[in-house]
Write a protein that binds this ligand. Structure first.
Ligand SMILES: [Zn+2]
Length: 105
């Protein structure tokens, strides 16, 4: 079951969703530095920085959760979770299915 052949058509929708969630995750992580800089220019107070940080953490928790519960279309396990370990790699942590395996051929 774990190494059944790749079926690009059947995996396309699920992998598309997983890729979108990964983009959200990396986007939120990378957004932190510019958001902090912009807030610093507008209002360099501890309160403004703290508020931004609070918002950012809440959004990060949401996108991390969405990425973590993405399931692998081949083995049915969580794509980015192995036990309690959360790793955003390009392959399924269980069956090594590549995130872009629906794009081959
Ligand atoms: Zn898998």
């Amino acid at each position: 079951m774990d190494n059944s052949p790749v079926d690009p058509v059947a995996y396309m929708d699920v992998l598309k969703k997983t890729r979108r969630r990964r983009r959200y995750f990396f986007g939120v992580v990378l957004l932190y530095i510019p958001a902090i800089l912009i807030t610093y220019y507008i209002s360099p107070t501890n309160r403004a920085m703290g508020t931004l940080f609070g918002f950012w953490v809440v959004i990060l928790i949401i996108v991390t959760f969405l990425a973590a519960v993405s399931r692998c279309p081949r083995c049915g396990n969580y794509f980015h979770m192995h036990g309690m370990t959360f790793l955003v790699l390009r392959k399924c942590l269980h069956c090594q299915l590549h995130i872009n395996s629906d794009k081959i051929t």
